[in-house]
Design a protein around this ligand. Structure first.
Ligand code: SAM
Length: 285
């Protein structure tokens, strides 16, 4: 390609050299189109010197795009062979950027801020990733909870997952991921990506989701209580709040918060869930 980014033939050669055959279990679909990489990096608005976290760098398609901007990248990859190979690839395609990349061979769901020294100093950073599809939602929610300086996201996920993440109350696809993500800030869809930009091609389309954390919108200390109520309300989403939250939210909390117990959880905004949880913890016994 001559672009410094990986094209289809580079991806095939790198996989063959490192003896890697993509597995479905780890959601290994590698981007083979530099145009898509540039689009993601552009949508993310990555600037030189900025700290970026990438989950699942794979063979390095997006990593090289991020490094090309001058960003400092911490990449977390669960597959040992891919993690080992990534610095070699960057050294080959963008040697001047090698010093700005750190690779950690770990499961993103297990990673703690102290594992990533570059991100542990409280400086805000962004997550830019083509996420493994089977764990995309838990990865997003876990990282937002654990890394309080994770300020914004631009992620590629399966289209249906993107729709659920940005869904509004009262819609069929509004659910636990939509409310929990809204607890942390504001999410929008940022475009569609076809399946033909990947090798191997997945049998679903993808979409980009942009997210901005809104600090202090909710009291972080309430998260556990609010999330427990959200989980219970959607476990039986056809039931009224009163029925679905029996034993969890008491009658006094409904009158205190002004939320009608005959409503269904799927109609509540995150602020209403928050108000209900606060009323429950403040109600007289
Ligand atoms: N970023 C690369 C690209 O765009 O071509 C690869 C994206 S591929 C969809 C997802 C990557 O996430 C794979 O490299 C896979 O090995 C890795 N992965 C899967 N589960 C993971 C986890 N729990 N933690 C970290 N990486 C994971």
């Amino acid at each position: 390609q001559g672009s410094g980014l990986l094209g289809a033939s580079d991806i095939r050669r790198l996989a063959a050299q490192a003896n890697i055959s993509p597995t479905k279990k780890l959601g290994q679909n590698f981007v083979i189109d530099p145009g898509t990489v540039r689009r993601i990096v552009h949508e993310a608005g990555v600037q030189a010197g900025e700290h970026v976290l990438e989950i699942g760098p794979g063979l390095g398609s997006l990593t090289l795009g991020l490094l090309e901007t001058g960003a400092v990248v911490d990449a977390i990859e669960i597959d040992a062979a891919l993690a080992q190979n990534l610095p070699v690839t960057v050294h080959e395609f963008m040697p001047e950027a090698s010093g700005r990349l750190t690779v950690l061979n770990k499961d993103a769901l297990q990673v703690e801020p102290l594992d990533v020294p570059g991100l542990a100093d409280g400086q805000s950073f962004t997550l830019v990733a083509n996420l493994p599809y089977n764990v995309a939602t838990p990865v997003i929610l876990t990282l937002l909870e654990r890394f309080t300086s994770l300020n914004s996201l631009l992620v590629m996920v399966q289209k249906e997952v993107a729709d659920r993440l940005v869904a509004q109350p009262g819609t069929k696809i509004y659910g636990v991921p939509s409310v929990k993500l809204a607890w942390y800030g504001q999410a929008h869809r940022a475009g569609l990506v076809g399946r033909n930009v990947f090798w191997p091609a997945p049998n679903v389309d993808s979409a980009l989701v942009r997210f901005q954390r809104i600090p202090h919108m909710h009291d972080h200390g309430n998260a556990t209580a609010v999330f427990a109520i959200i989980d219970a309300a959607f476990r039986q989403r056809r039931k009224t709040l009163h029925a679905a939250l029996k034993g969890i939210v008491h009658d006094a909390a409904y009158s205190l918060s002004g939320i009608d117990p005959r409503r269904r959880g799927e109609t509540l905004t995150v602020n209403e869930f928050d108000a209900l949880a606060q009323a429950e913890s403040a109600r007289p016994f």
